[in-house]
Design a protein around this ligand. Structure first.
Ligand code: ZN
Length: 304
């Protein structure tokens, strides 16, 4: 509700492919990238932003859980990426998504790259480990060559109003490190668990523990989306989400701070859900039924 008002108008369209592969580079690093013959689709991830946040948190919980196998974790990550595309980490770590206009990029404090600044080319290489785009510089204008495919050229044309780096993220050769994706999902879930436990156990926690929780929360920050004004029927703020990760982070923050529709963990299946009533403890009537069946079975066993 609140979100719909604040972010009424957004330029947030994102690109996803029909299929993704896990590809290993020469040095053994694993990357997630579009599969060779995957088809491309443009969609608006904010159309159902709450579901996207819940899905991201559940991927993170799967990655965090000691009971998860490597297959469980890969399944969760690939499930998310197939639904929403890659996270757009390349434009979430820099001080501006328009870094292609400069020779150097400046990085915000982040969990993946320690350097505060690096050459733009070195930075891009991190996300194009297999096929570096050809970057041409004409006077002040920078452009990159879209490799042969017609669909890639059409895509670059459709998205030509977005920063060039965002366009590069939509290309077939753009890749994100698998361990970075897992870490990002884990971080979101960790933030959620921390905040949930803090309020759940508030009365039982001593000051030192509370402080640890507060500090854990303080690590959760990021750059806000930028905006521009469009002269529609009246001057209108349009928010520019130039990275899926930043869109998730912003929407997640709003949901965390929204008292009316709290995010909770289902008592039966341990998945995150949006509680429509403050007292709700189950994500669905099915989970409530199953929980009660298990409980009464356990009780009967006690009596045997
Ligand atoms: Zn449930």
């Amino acid at each position: 509700m609140i979100m719909e008002n604040i972010f009424k108008r957004t330029s947030s369209h994102w690109v996803k492919y029909s299929d993704y592969d896990l590809v290993q580079s020469d040095d053994g690093t694993l990357y997630v990238m579009p599969a060779d013959n995957a088809t491309v689709k443009i969609f608006d991830p904010l159309e159902n932003s709450e579901q996207m946040v819940i899905d991201a948190l559940n991927v993170g919980l799967t990655c965090m859980s000691k009971n998860s196998t490597d297959e469980d974790i890969a399944g969760a990550v690939f499930g998310f990426v197939s639904e929403y595309g890659l996270l757009g980490l390349m434009t979430s770590l820099t001080t501006t998504p328009k870094f292609m206009d400069y020779d150097a990029v400046y990085l915000i404090k982040n969990q993946f790259i320690k350097e505060e600044a690096m050459s733009t080319e070195d930075y891009i290489e991190i996300f194009f480990p297999f096929d570096m785009p050809e970057i041409a510089k004409n006077n002040d204008a920078v452009s990159f060559n879209v490799s042969g495919n017609n669909d890639m050229m059409a895509l670059a044309m459709t998205m030509s109003n977005r920063p060039m780096a965002v366009n590069m993220e939509f290309q077939r050769s753009y890749a994100e490190r698998y361990d970075w994706l897992v870490k990002q999902f884990k971080d979101w879930a960790f933030t959620f668990v921390t905040s949930t436990l803090y309020y759940k156990d508030y009365d039982k926690l001593d000051e030192t523990t509370k402080d640890v929780y507060r500090q854990a929360m303080a690590c959760f920050d990021g750059i806000s989306p930028s905006y521009h004004i469009e002269l529609l029927d009246k001057p209108t703020i349009v928010w520019d989400f130039q990275s899926l990760a930043l869109a998730i982070q912003m929407m997640f923050s709003l949901m965390l701070a929204n008292e009316q529709n709290p995010l909770k963990i289902c008592k039966h299946c341990n998945k995150v859900f949006k509680a429509n009533r403050p007292k709700a403890v189950f994500c669905s009537p099915q989970c409530k039924n199953r929980y009660n069946v298990y409980k009464s079975r356990a009780k009967n066993k006690d009596h045997e």
